[in-house]
Each structure stands twice: as structure tokens, then as C-alpha cells.
Design a protein around this ligand. Sequence first.
Ligand SMILES: Cc1ncc(COP(=O)(O)O)c(C=O)c1O
Length: 373
Amino acid sequence: MGPGPSNVAPSVREAMSRPLVGHLDPAFVKMMEEIKTMLRQAFLTKNEMTFPISGTGSAGMEFCFVNLIEPGDEVIIGVNGVFGARMVDVAERCGARVRKVEAPWGRIIDARQIADALETVSHPKLVAVVHAETSTGALTPVEEISNIAHNAGALFLLDTVTSLGGCPVRIDDWRVDAVYSGTQKCLSCPPGLAPVSLSPPALQAATKRKGKVQSWYLDVNLLASYWGQERVYHHTAPISMNYALHEALRLVLAEGLENRWRRHEQNHLALKAGLKAMGLEIASQEGHQLWQLNAVTVPEGADEAAVRKRLLSDFDIEIGAGLGPLKGKLWRVGLMGETSSKANVKAFLSALALILNDSGRKTDIEAALAAVG
Ligand SMILES: Cc1ncc(COP(=O)(O)O)c(C=O)c1O
């Protein structure tokens, strides 16, 4: 129940143990096509250039920036947590001139802030934000930001590492030009692949650039020959990881995106109700709280690290700590993919209440469980 990796279905683990085939084997090539089709369904996009990068979510981030950015490009990036800050670092390494748009950790990036920032640059190439900030538990609404970016002639880039599969992500409706995700959050697959998708304008920006993409491994112009119809060897695809993603996506789509989103919402609301009955609360901005990553404020007098340690040692429950300025101030409780269940919500609340009561608090466990329903 941490910020990812989430639990994985037995059939996904089983898929990883299947016999290997070559990365150009017809059976594997067929599977690649199915993965691309299922990823388009999960991202709700028709983008042809949709496939998994071999690497974790950060590789997906680098893929988007290295392909789109040329030295000197003006880029606007929303920073309201760890991953917005990472995007700034990656964009600067690509030679971008970055204009940061900051919000306090736990709060969302406001579309008006992006509009104001766009006023200050002459030729914005790209606007980038993190949809679901895993470090704080805030979900930034992106539709308006995307419109503002496009009206200014910029491309729009979105990090969906934690949002994909756990809450609405509508790449075409929201006119997202470049998007990356990770496998280990709400898709409930082990870490190791980064689903990405580029819109036709983003792909054009990558193919018509003046200079070569500085990363050979992540150059979409080369990757397209392997993941497209030519099937030219580029790198040896991680076969077993792709087996796992294929099965994980099959499960996501069998459940249905809307059903899956609803399950994540319901379990978040159940957790929130239980916490409230215990006198605890969620720290991120009201109205924009993530369903899949719950940032719980550590109550006065509780030892943040000691509680987490005991949850793990005595109850086999792993949760995450606060990062950066939020270190020691919150617990990050993941309800992602397979992990998002009412049984897990109840197990966590009962264990937390027992631990807090051992240190002198008077928590009514029955009331908390009753609030969960
Ligand atoms: C929002 C977000 N972006 C990017 C990343 C980086 O992904 P990875 O750790 O898989 O490289 C993470 C990882 O937690 C994340 O939560």
C-alpha cells in the first residue's frame, strides 16, 4: 500500500514466467501489436505512435523531452512536487530554457498560472505538467491548461505515471501531445516499462528537428522502425516485461476503464471516511485529492517513521513516507490497481488504529470500520 509498485495479479506474475521467444519472433511481434492496441484503449487515444519504452516511468519522461526539445527551446513546467522538479531537470539537460510554474506541495497547478507564464515567453515550445503528483497526492485538472498551451502555439506534455488506470486519463479529448506513464502503479504490473504516446504534431516535431535526438536509445525515429511495421532491430526488448504488460492491460480492459476508475474512487472515499472517524485527514487540496495515492497527515504526537515501521513488521503493510518538505509530515497510502480494495482499506485502518492506540491515542476502531461501510 505504498506509492508503487502496487500488487500484481497472479496471472501477471505467471505471464512473466512463460518461456522466452526472440524479440523479432512472429509470436512476439503479434503481441507487440496487441500491446499497442490495448495501450491506445487505456490512454483513450488513436495516436499511431503509442508503445512501451523499455525502462521505468522516468525513461518515459526522458523519451518525451529528448525527442521534443532542442537546445534553446522555451518550456513551461508545472512544479508542485518531486516529479515536476524532475521534469525541470530532464528538460534542462536537453538544453531547454525552462520557466517553472510553482505551487505549494499538495496543491494543484492553476491554469491561470500557466497562462501568466506563457505571457512572459516569446516562442513556447512545450507546456508540461504532472497529472497525479505521487509525492503529494494532488490531481491537477489539465484540460484548460492544454487549451491555453495550444492557444499559445505550444505542445502539451502530461505525466500520467500514477493516473493511468486509476482515474480518467483522456489523451485525445484533452489534446495531450506527449504522454508517458509507468507500469507499476494503477496498471498493476511490475516496474520496467513506460507506456508513451505522441500525437501527430508531437511526432512531427520529433522527426523534423534540426539536430539529432541526443539519446540514441530513446530516439523515436529509431524506435519507430522497431515498434512500427519495419521491425528493424533496435534493442532487445524485455520480453518477459512485455508478457506482463500484455496480461496487465488485458485485465484493465476486462474490468473496464470506467469500472476501474469507480473502484479507485470508492476505496479512496472509504479510506477517507474511516480516517475522518479516527480524527485523521488527507493533506492534499480538497476537491483535487488523488484516489490512488492518499497523503495522510501524521497526527500531533505520532512518530511518523515508527508507525510505518510497525505497520510493516507487525502487519505486513507497506506505506510510503512524505518526501522533500513533507518528510515526517505525512504517510502516503497507495490504493493502486490490485491494491485498491475495501479489504485493504480495512486492514490498514485497523492496524493504524491499533498502533496509534498503543502510543496512548484513543481511537475507536469500530467507528472507523463502520465508516468504511
Ligand atoms: C508522477 C511520477 N512521475 C514519474 C515517476 C518516475 O517513475 P519511475 O520511478 O518508474 O522511473 C514516478 C514514480 O513514482 C511518478 O510517481
